[in-house]
Design a protein around this ligand. Structure first.
Ligand SMILES: Cc1cc2nc3c(=O)[nH]c(=O)nc-3n(C[C@H](O)[C@H](O)[C@H](O)COP(=O)(O)OP(=O)(O)OC[C@H]3O[C@@H](n4cnc5c(N)ncnc54)[C@H](O)[C@@H]3O)c2cc1C
Length: 311
C-alpha cells in the first residue's frame, strides 16, 4: 500500500508514523520549509516563541502515552494560571509545551519518515483505482491541510467546513515577568484581544530579564484586519495589550506579527460530505482544532487505511 500524505503538521506526521510502523509505504509532502504546521515556533530576537499552538492538553490516555514517548524530556508543564474575566480558568488543568519550542514536535515525529519539504501539492487526480499526486501514483491520499485547502485539492466546496483566521502579534518588553499569571483569555469573542500569553511561563525561553507576550486577536477583529498592513494591527493590538496588562510603552522591544488565514475550524462546523474512494482527511477538517484531537485523528485515519489495505 502506497500512501501520499499532504502536510507535515501534527496530524499528518502522526498518521504517517502509524502507517509506516505497520509496513505501509508513505510519502509526506509539505509545502513549507518547516515541519509541524500550525504548531509553529520561531526565533524572536534572542528568544524562542510559540507563534501558533500556545500549549496543549493530554486528556486522552493514548495520545498522552505517545506524546510522552516521542517528546521525552522536551515535554514540560506550565504552572501559573490563566485568567478569564478575573477568575482562574479551568483550575487544575494540566498544560503542556515543548522546552525548545512547540514546533520541535515536528522534528521528533518525522524521525524515520520520508518527508519532502517545499513540495506543494497542486492537484490530486484520479487514475483508475489510484490517485496521482506530483506525477506519482498512490493507493490512497490523506490531506491534513485545513479544510479550505483540502477542498481545493479534492475538488470540493470550500464553504462546507468554515475556518476562522487569526492575527497574532508577539511583543517584547525590557521588563521582567512577575510570574503571577501565564495568560488572559476572552472566550466570548466580543473583545479584540482573545488571548494574551506570556512566554516567560515556559522555562528558559525568554532571556536577559525581558518578557515576551503572544497576543491573539478575536476572530471578528482578525477578519476585519486580515488584509490590512500588519504594522497597523500590530500597533493597535500592542496599545490594547499595554492597557489591559498595565505595561509601560517606554519599555517596548521588538515585535512581529503573523497572519493565520486558516487558524481554526469554526466551532460546531459540520463534517465534510463523503469523499471519493481512496481520499482521506485528518486534522481539524474532521475534528476540533486542538493538538490532541488532531493527533487522534491521525491515528484514526491510519487505522482505517490499514483495515482497508489488509496489512
Ligand atoms: C494561532 C493559533 C493558536 C493555536 N493555539 C492552540 C493551542 O494553544 N492549543 C491547541 O491544542 N491548538 C491550538 N491551535 C490549533 C492547532 O494549531 C491545530 O488544530 C493543529 O496544529 C492542526 O494540526 P494539523 O496537522 O491538523 O494541521 P496543520 O498544522 O495546519 O498542518 C497541515 C500542513 O499542511 C501543509 N500544507 C497545506 N497545504 C499544502 C499543500 N497543498 N501541499 C503540501 N503541504 C500543504 C501546511 O504547510 C501544514 O504544514 C492553534 C492554532 C493557531 C493558528
Amino acid at each position: 500500500m502506497r500512501i501520499a500524505i499532504i502536510g507535515a503538521g501534527i496530524s499528518g506526521l502522526v498518521c504517517a508514523r502509524r502507517l509506516v510502523g505497520q509496513g505501509a509505504q508513505v510519502l509526506l509532502l509539505e509545502k513549507s520549509r518547516s515541519l509541524a504546521g500550525r504548531c509553529a515556533s520561531r526565533k524572536f530576537g534572542e528568544h524562542v516563541v510559540d507563534s501558533g499552538v500556545q500549549y496543549f492538553t493530554l486528556r486522552n490516555s493514548v495520545v498522552r502515552k505517545e506524546m510522552q514517548s516521542v517528546s521525552g524530556d522536551q515535554l514540560q508543564t506550565i504552572s501559573p494560571p490563566i485568567f478569564e474575566r478575573g477568575k482562574v480558568y479551568r483550575e487544575g488543568e494540566e498544560r503542556f509545551y515543548l522546552a525548545e519550542g512547540n514546533n520541535r514536535l515536528g522534528k521528533l515525529l518525522a524521525e524515520g519518515l520520508e518527508v519532502r519539504k517545499e513540495s506543494e501539492v497542486r492537484g490530486v487526480l484520479p487514475r483508475g483505482k489510484k490517485w496521482e499526486v506530483g506525477g506519482e501514483l498512490f493507493d490512497g491520499v490523506v490531506s491534513s491541510a485545513p479544510w479550505p485547502q483540502s477542498a481545493a485539492l479534492f475538488g470540493m466546496r470550500e464553504s462546507e467546513v468554515p475556518f476562522e483566521p487569526n492575527l497574532t502579534a508577539c511583543l517584547e518588553y525590557s521588563i521582567p515577568w512577575d510570574g503571577s499569571r501565564y495568560a488572559t483569555l476572552d472566550s466570548t469573542g466580543l473583545e479584540p484581544l482573545a488571548w494574551v500569553g506570556c512566554e516567560n511561563a515556559k522555562k528558559g525561553r525568554i532571556l536577559n530579564e525581558k518578557s515576551v507576550y503572544v497576543v491573539q486577536a478575536s476572530t471578528s477583529y482578525s477578519r476585519e484586519h486580515l488584509e490590512a498592513d500588519p504594522a497597523l494591527w500590530i500597533q493597535d493590538l500592542q496599545v490594547r495589550f499595554e492597557k489591559e496588562w498595565g505595561l509601560d510603552r517606554e519599555k517596548r522591544g521588538v515585535t512581529f506579527g503573523h497572519r493565520w488565514r486558516y487558524a481554526r475550524r469554526s466551532r460546531g462546523a459540520p463534517p465534510p460530505s463523503a469523499l471519493a474512494d481512496g481520499l482521506y482527511l485528518c486534522g481539524d477538517s474532521v475534528t476540533d482544532s486542538r493538538v490532541e484531537s488532531v493527533w487522534q485523528s491521525g491515528i484514526e485515519v491510519a487505522e482505517l487505511l490499514l483495515a482497508k489495505g489488509g496489512l
